[in-house]
Design a protein around this ligand. Structure first.
Ligand code: ZN
Length: 183
């Protein structure tokens, strides 16, 4: 168990395409990869994130973790149980998009208004190497798009269509939180 150092924007690893995980490496329950996944979950919780991708903790690997329960940065969203996704791929992006104020542990203190599809199909493996396939909607779909973007070298800034809606957290709370809350 360890809290890992979070890579911030400017660290080249955040702009790289992550390597696929060899699923055989998941089979050793005491192995290094399972320990790394535990460390990712610890780090996400310690940093109060709703998701974390391996490149954000300096490993170029296709792994993301998610968990959401009453986070004060995203009040009122429905909860997401702790989830580990290995080699995740999104497809069938829904045409309908919504705008939401995102934040990121690698761009700490910033909030930006980002358009995302409201539904998406996820294919991945869990930490035991079992296949996952589901249609995700709403907040979970947004978190998945944000985290899986990290595996492809993208951050939420790249998805913004209007950079006038980029704000420091403090100014976001003063000027934007009430009038343009995540819908
Ligand atoms: Zn992020």
């Amino acid at each position: 168990m360890a809290v890992l150092k979070v890579a911030k924007l400017g660290n080249p690893i955040l702009r790289q395409i992550s390597k696929q995980v060899n699923l055989k490496e998941l089979t050793d329950q005491q192995g290094e990869l399972q320990e790394f996944i535990d460390d990712m979950i610890d780090t996400m919780r310690e940093e109060d994130g709703v998701g974390l991708a391996a490149p954000q903790v300096n490993r170029s690997l296709q792994i993301v973790v998610l968990e959401y329960e009453n986070n004060e940065r995203y009040p009122g969203e429905s909860s997401i149980p702790v989830t580990v996704l290995v080699n995740p791929v999104l497809s069938d992006y829904g045409e309908e998009k919504s705008l939401g104020w995102e934040s990121c542990l690698s761009l700490i203190d910033f909030r930006g208004l980002v358009p995302r599809s409201t539904s998406v199909t996820l294919k991945a493996y869990d930490r035991d190497g079992d296949r996952i396939e589901k249609r995700a909607t709403g907040f979970e779909a947004v978190v998945l798009q944000h985290e899986i973007d990290h595996l492809n070298g993208k951050v939420f800034l790249d998805r913004m269509e209007d950079l006038t809606k980029l704000a420091y957290q403090e100014e976001f709370e003063e000027f934007w939180l009430k009038k343009d809350q995540v819908s």
